[in-house]
Design a protein around this ligand. Structure first.
Ligand SMILES: N[C@@H](CCC(=O)N[C@@H](CS)C(=O)NCC(=O)O)C(=O)O
Length: 212
């Protein structure tokens, strides 16, 4: 498999974690987002949205991190990232959606750039925007993991919710969000980084990190 990725892309980070957890070997192909390589003709053929990540599995090409991770879950079921009971899967997907639908799309690079130009917001205002969506939604997620977590976001095993949590925490730290109100999320994050699959997927540990 080939993964088109950028070290600091939180959506790529999710897929790197899932591939590592499932023990799937892959070849990373680096798409430099700051240099705009995602908008080049070659990449647009892979993903007309001009975003990473993109996964190639033989002649099959797929984008959208959640679609990719669900595909990996179906094609490589072990270890499972979704629980066996339907109600439990719904709980995990609820946490995944909170991050993937209600935080990341509001705080991604395209949105932050648009707030600056053409909307004319200052860097300080953009920081306030960023923090707002993190803290609003992490407040709810903190409550959900307190109710449902048993060491991890949901129960006592790593699930897709953990795969989505860690990259969002990484982004929140990068933007210096106040994470003090979320001790349960922070404790889970620390526990997850002890696992090789999460640590190896960290942005700092990617070969393209050296390229800026
Ligand atoms: N919903 C998409 C989001 C993908 C996305 O926002 N990718 C960002 C990096 S995390 C990107 O490629 N940004 C490039 C740009 O905004 O030009 C997913 O989950 O894959």
């Amino acid at each position: 498999m080939k993964l088109y990725t950028y070290y600091r892309s939180s959506s790529s980070f999710r897929v790197r974690i899932a591939l590592n957890l499932k023990g799937i070997a892959y070849q990373p192909v680096f798409v430099h987002l700051v240099r705009g390589e995602q908008a080049g003709a070659e990449h647009l053929k892979r993903n007309p949205q001009g975003l990473v990540p993109v996964l190639e599995d033989g002649d099959f090409t797929i984008s959208q991190s959640l679609a990719i991770i669900e595909y990996l879950e179906e094609t490589h079921p072990e270890p499972a990232l979704l629980p066996s009971r339907a109600k439990d899967r719904a709980e995990v997907r609820r946490m995944v959606s909170l991050i993937a639908c209600d935080i990341q799309p509001l705080d991604n690079l395209k949105v932050l750039k648009y707030l600056k130009d053409p909307l004319g917001h200052s860097q300080e205002e953009i920081g306030v925007w960023y923090n707002h969506w993190i803290s609003l939604n992490f407040k709810a997620l903190e409550q959900l993991v307190k109710n449902k977590g048993g060491g991890y976001c949901f129960g006592e095993c790593v699930t897709m919710a953990d795969v989505f949590l860690v990259p969002q925490m990484w982004n929140a730290n990068r933007f210096k969000c106040d994470l003090a109100p979320f001790p349960a999320l922070a404790a889970i994050e620390q526990r997850l980084y002890k696992l090789e699959a999460f640590d190896a997927a960290r942005p700092e540990n990617q070969p393209d990190a050296a390229d800026g």
